[in-house]
Design a protein around this ligand. Sequence first.
Ligand SMILES: [Zn+2]
Length: 495
Amino acid sequence: MKKLVQSITALLSLLAALLVYRSVEWDWPAYLAIAPVEIDSAGDLQQVARHLAGAVQIRTVSTQQRAGGSNQDFRAFQRYLRETYPTLHRQVHLEKINEQGLLYHWRGSRPDLDPILLLGHYDTVPVIAGTESQWTYPPFSGAIAEGFVWGRGTLDDKGMIIAQMEVVEQLLREGHQPARSIYLAYGHDEEVGGRQGALKISQYLQRQGLRFSLVLDEGSIIAAAGVIAGLDRPVALLGHAEKGYLSVKVTAHATGGHSSMPPAHTAAGQVAAAVTQLENRQRPAKLEHSDDFFTGILPFLPTGQRLVLSNSWLFKPLLVSYLQKQPALNASLRTTTAVTMLSASPKENVLPIEASAVVNYRILPGESVATTLDHARRAVDGTGTTVKALGSGTEPSPVAPIDGFGYRLLQRAARESWHDDTLLVTPRLVLVTTDTRHYHPLSDEVFRFMPNALNLDEVATIHGSNERLSLKNLELMLRFYRRLIINADRQTVAG
Ligand SMILES: [Zn+2]
């Protein structure tokens, strides 16, 4: 007996030693060696802010009813870019796709190098009627005050377009000639699906047989220090993959009649049972995307978290049960199931002849629209309901490599443009869908990242009230795109 206790104790201390060893024995991420770069010609920030203010004042609003808003506003925006960036519009080729999609091609001197493609959209969501008074400055004023440019579209994402145009204009004036071609593509209907803008631009580029070494769109940001629990540093979250999308309708039919003589289960009851089963039979959790997420930040997490994360082979059940309690983390673990709409009888004393529920899935990369639909059908088994897909859904994106040209280029530009060396960089699964879904045929290295350091309050203003871009972030974008364009000319980007 004593021997057994001894050997168990010995085993436990060996295990403890192994766990600690694995949590301290990491390689410091190599990107930490990339230092900030002095940039003295970032341009006149106040003037750039005024340029953005002018762009915000043009109401390029997309609504569901009218994709692309009024043509007049969109034409005014195009004219505004032409007048504000004259050198660019003289020297860079502009092709209008489907009249309002803007495709700029800054020709490189080395046609043998695959070009890079920067995406954006110049439409915005509307301001919900009745919420105007919640804005500190009117939503289309472009007011420059309190260190911000205020207005709809500043963050999403006219600020990004203005920063890119500004940098190209400036580099052209300095006589810069890129080796690698640079394309800028700005759609006019991203907020209502991008089928007239991004999709048409992508098809146009595909017809030319082009392949890109990097495609970059919005969709992820820099989490300001403190936003990620346990981390007091800012983290550039490079969106290397994005979830897919599918809604299904679950339906039950019955004969109906008066509610004074009901069957044991009405159509509504059947749908309720199906909904309960769907919620109870979630898609399984997979750790690979959260593992990716921790690659760039692991050494900086508190010891307890690091111990668990670096020993996920042992702690997987514990880790999953911890992560899945928080909706934002759970969403990176699995295909999520959200029951969103219910309908049944139109009257309280009438039995429904049809009842239905709509369930919205966000599909994890590696799974598909077909596997999700199949799962839903099996999950409602025995309830007497049927499951039908609403529309064709969107497949999850491929996962871009995090050791390739594109990731390294973004990582380097982010580190070089941040004001000190505290910025961490890590890959991240994007939970919403972006215009990039139209661009996958053009590149294996499609990323979503806008170099804005935002806290949660600022994130909430996107599509909400008081949307605003800080001058600090505007300056950061100018620095970032400048470093990106200059570094893109290295054939391989180290670090
Ligand atoms: Zn957007």
